[in-house]
Design a protein around this ligand. Sequence first.
Ligand code: IPE
Ligand code: IPE
Ligand code: MG
Length: 249
Amino acid sequence: MSYKDQLNTNKIPQHVAIIMDGNGRWAEKQGEHRVFGHTKGVESVREALTAAGEIGVKYLTLYAFSTENWNRPKEEVDALMDLLVKTITMEVESLNENEVRLHVIGDLDSLPPGCKDALQKSIDDTKHNSRVNLILALSYSSKWEITRAIKNIVEDVQEGKLELENIGTETIDQYLNTANFPEPELLIRTSGERRISNFLLWQLAYSELYFTETLWPDFKKEHFFEAIYNYQQRERRFGKTSAQLLSNE
Ligand code: IPE
Ligand code: IPE
Ligand code: MG
């Protein structure tokens, strides 16, 4: 029986975040250039997005390019930006057919102008959709995001728009790029690495973490369902005891 058939439809996470890792190793394993792996990885993005839509996951955040990834060889960075523009432009029609709304989090101003424009166009062209929200993390790092939030908070306090004593955790939520999205219940990382790599540090505070050896280009719908199934077997206690949860305290 497939994992999809075994899912509890009452326990589908609202928001799943994925660190799509292992493209380079996937390509190198077969003697190909790393960029070939990135190209293949686009198919896995489609798989994950379709799978999310099929079971009712409302938000899917994909870590596509980190602040630290700017330090890769120029050739690879250029190829990734190129792939991004092509994919985003080509997929708009399919995003609309599937009622997917595109969002981006990250330092968009650091992207090449052509890339930023293509993204903005796709964001605008899909903004009427509401079935699934696809959030691409591009030129994103959590430390960058939190630093920016702190600067904006301080500025608003100085300008009298915000009172120091009114600052709570919800204030921080609102100043992050993810302000309009719920926190991910589940984080998936492919390729066997077990680290967060500067991704959503604040938002993942209580997320369930799922690591798989599967390399991103090999990640198919059934792998996504397997991760959701695994998540559903866990008990999320949020600091309480198991007995409290069972008695609904
Ligand atoms: C993830 O795959 C994609 C990006 C970081 C852009 P990698 O390119 O990190 O692949 P590995 O980890 O080197 O195999
Ligand atoms: C994290 O992958 C970033 C993305 C998936 C876009 P990396 O492959 O860059 O992460 P590290 O550097 O190995 O931790
Ligand atoms: Mg990697």
